[in-house]
Ligand binder design. Structure first.
Ligand code: TTP
Ligand code: MG
Length: 360
């Protein structure tokens, strides 16, 4: 049976999220940083939007270097707010889950979906699923993503990288050879800097050069296992399954009608979010051991306060705990007003596991 796999990767994820919520930086070059705190500019770049990438700024680069590249240009530098990105990521992963039977999230903004069954083993249907996903993410979260479709994870990943941002690329098995022909070997997923250097020394420039290379020489250089892996990769071969992982948290985030520090108004919003979250908890058949309140103030600072509780699947029963977390937060931050608020249930026990616990 021929599998059909989708790889989805959000475009300049953290930077796009910040652009969405800070009107004043929309359309500008944006750089998201993790400041180490040692000196004003020490730390590394998390990501840069596509406009900032045109200046040569990219993930992993020291902030000081990024600032040099941005000198005299209109570039916004922002600290990263991982709590916020995680919450949006959770929502996006839920959208993806709705469109497939098997999903494997591999990073905060990346997932593989096995749509073999859902698409009836039909490429056109798979493309339609990809289009629905892109539309839903755009409509519900205001974000673009790039999707790759292939008959395994490797090819799907290479396809999503092929056209970014907002791409949709299909590489059918009959097209792999052509796609890989002129592809630099360094662009094969999983081929890093060190390997590229050795390949270079061997005169291997493209994926095709690698695929056609003498296996004995590769084995001599890399050892038997890695040589096989490299050859498979260069030929677009990958048998690894899309592995469904159990979800570890469910969260909901909402915007308040106006910035406020009024407990009653904020708690009303929390109850509204809880109604939707309850449906998801029932559907997933999970119980949870931790409940959290997520607050985003008018300066867009995100904070999370959590409480460990007795295992439950009844969200209503723990809403009073969320309320007291909120009251405490407002007491301790009397100068702050909230713009957004959220709740999260985590530390899950799945139904199967629960039965075992009950046996004790
Ligand atoms: P990526 O998907 O690698 O990058 P991206 O989404 O910003 O851009 P692209 O359009 O090329 O996909 O990573 C997802 C997020 O992970 C990214 O927005 C920020 C974070 N990240 C880091 O914090 N450090 C890193 O070195 C990388 C690569 C990513
Ligand atoms: Mg991305």
């Amino acid at each position: 049976m021929q599998r059909i796999i989708l790889h989805i990767d959000l475009d300049s994820f953290y930077a796009s999220l910040e652009e969405l919520r800070h009107e004043n930086i929309r359309g500008k070059a944006v750089v998201i940083c993790v400041y180490s705190g040692r000196s004003e500019d020490s730390g590394a770049v998390s990501t840069a939007n596509y406009k900032a990438r045109e200046l040569g700024i990219k993930s992993g680069m020291p902030i000081s270097l990024a600032k040099r590249l941005a000198k005299d240009k209109d570039v916004a530098f922002l600290p990263n707010d991982i709590e916020y990105y995680r919450t949006v990521s959770d929502r996006i992963m839920e959208i993806l889950e709705e469109e497939t039977d098997i999903m494997q999230q591999v990073s905060i903004d990346e997932s593989y979906l096995d749509v073999t069954k859902k698409s009836n083993e039909n490429w056109n249907n798979a493309k339609k699923i990809a289009e629905i996903i892109k539309k839903k993410i755009k409509e519900q979260e205001g974000l673009t993503c790039s999707v790759g479709i292939g008959h395994n994870k490797l090819v799907a990943k290479m396809a999503s990288k092929h056209k970014k941002p907002d791409g949709l690329t299909i590489i059918k098995d009959t097209e792999i050879k052509k796609f890989f022909e002129n592809l630099p070997a360094s662009k094969i997923h999983g081929v890093g800097g060190k390997t590229t250097k050795v390949l270079d020394e061997l005169g291997i420039k493209t994926a095709k050069d690698l695929a056609d290379f003498d296996v004995n020489i590769l084995e001599e250089k890399f050892g038997r296992n890695k040589a096989k892996l490299l050859l498979d990769k260069a030929r677009g071969i990958d048998d690894s399954p899309v592995e469904q992982k159990e979800r570890q948290q469910i969260s909901r985030l909402g915007t308040l009608k106006e910035d406020t520090d009024d407990v009653v108004t904020i708690f009303e919003k929390i109850k509204e979010l809880a109604t939707d979250m309850k449906k998801k908890i029932e559907k997933e058949k999970v119980s949870f051991r931790t409940i959290s309140l997520i607050t985003i103030d008018t300066a867009l600072k995100t904070q999370t306060r959590s409480e460990t509780i007795q295992v439950t699947n009844d969200l209503d029963s723990v809403l009073p705990i969320v309320k007291s977390l909120l009251e405490r937060f407002l007491e301790e931050n009397s100068e702050k007003k909230l713009r957004r608020v959220g709740i999260r249930a985590s530390n899950f026990i799945y139904k199967k596991e629960q039965k075992t616990l009950g046996d004790f």
